[in-house]
Design a protein around this ligand. Structure first.
Ligand code: ATP
Ligand code: MG
Length: 325
């Protein structure tokens, strides 16, 4: 059976690294149908909207979406698209690779970030001149759902869960989150650690090897996963998944990188590793592992793009990955 994939390169280096990921998928012994679609700054200029209805439909109907990056209009594209795929979990692995300079070469962890509420509720107001508020929404449903996801994910990896929170300050909202996570943990008979997110940030910098799966409220997941990106050697390496019940969207953590766009030197590893996550989500575990191993080999032996100290192009690296498949 063929997997139908919506391909949404977007802007800037999204247009360079997304085709690289498609080339890699094409080289596998797995059948795909690719539906190209547009979103972002360029299409906004042509059509007056950064997210054409046609793109929304293509993403809705696809089995999964491969997303590149979007520039100025990012918030108007990626937030609605996460809704379209019903994604409630943002999965961000951060690991160091042999052959790549990293602040903490033992890092190998995965952030499971709640993706629907918290301070991203969008409920912000100026209640009087110079006085503003933000409503942080935390529900039992969403907290249980992210806890179930994190425990399932850890079970598959054979790893431990750490639950990040700040319930000593946000007593009601993070109190709810923690209560819900604990309820799920008790029901399932799970053993896990709880950590205050500020202390956790320090421990992650000093001893990242002590952590596996970190379950986070929305904003904490955003901040802590970028911190971890700094530990492993840069944005060009970090893939991510936005996962819902029956649809998902995969994207490199990096943005459109206007400073290097059009030069053909963007590191395609993050996009290709996002494609590996897509394969695993589709149940193509063997192919996913194959891609990951090929990327690891290239990161270790070269060729490497300039962000990793090499002088290879995006195409050179992509060809090297395809050769290893
Ligand atoms: P955006 O607003 O789209 O996020 P940005 O200017 O913040 O754009 P990012 O894509 O977030 O750019 O990248 C931040 C820095 O990391 C830039 O200097 C960029 O060149 C570099 N970078 C990001 N991704 C890659 C990549 N895949 N390969 C090489 N360098 C990258
Ligand atoms: Mg950016």
């Amino acid at each position: 059976m063929s997997h139908e994939i919506a391909v949404l390169p977007g802007d800037g280096i999204g247009r360079e690294v997304t085709p690289a990921a498609v080339d890699v998928l094409d080289a596998l012994d797995v059948e795909f149908g690719f539906a190209d679609c547009e979103a972002g700054d360029a299409v906004a200029e042509e059509q007056g909207t950064p997210l054409p209805e046609e793109t929304v439909e293509t993403v809705r109907e696809a089995d999964a979406t491969l997303f590149g990056a979007v520039g100025e209009t990012a918030a108007d594209v990626i937030l609605p698209l996460r809704d379209v795929v019903g994604s409630y979990a943002n999965v961000r692995p951060a690991r160091a690779y042999p052959g790549v300079d990293a602040l903490q070469p033992e890092t190998d962890l995965v952030f499971v970030r709640e993706n629907t509420e918290g301070v991203y509720s969008g409920i912000e107001n100026e209640i009087a001149p110079g006085v503003t508020t933000l409503t942080r929404v935390v529900t039992d449903d969403a907290s249980r759902r992210i806890a179930e996801f994190a425990f399932d994910y850890a079970e598959e990896r054979g790893s431990d869960v750490t639950v990040a929170h700040k319930s000593n300050v946000m007593r009601v909202t993070d109190g709810q989150y923690l209560e819900s996570v604990r309820a799920v943990g008790d029901e399932r008979g799970e053993e896990y650690d709880e950590a205050l997110m500020d202390a956790l940030a320090m421990h992650l910098v000093l001893r990242p090897e002590e952590y596996d799966v970190v379950c986070c409220p929305n904003l904490a997941g955003d901040v802590l996963s970028d911190l971890a990106a700094g530990l492993v050697g840069g944005l060009g390496l970090l893939p991510s998944a936005n996962v819902g019940d029956d649809n998902a969207l995969f994207e490199p953590v990096h943005g459109s990188a206007p400073d290097i766009a059009g030069q053909g030197v963007a590191n395609p590893a993050a996009a290709i590793l996002s494609a590996a996550m897509l394969l695993e989500w589709l149940g193509e575990d063997e192919a996913g592992e194959q891609v990951r191993t090929a990327v690891e080999g290239v990161l270790s032996d070269g060729p490497r793009t300039p962000d990793l100290g090499g002088d290879a192009s995006t195409d050179d690296v992509t060809e090297a990955v395809v050769d290893r498949l």
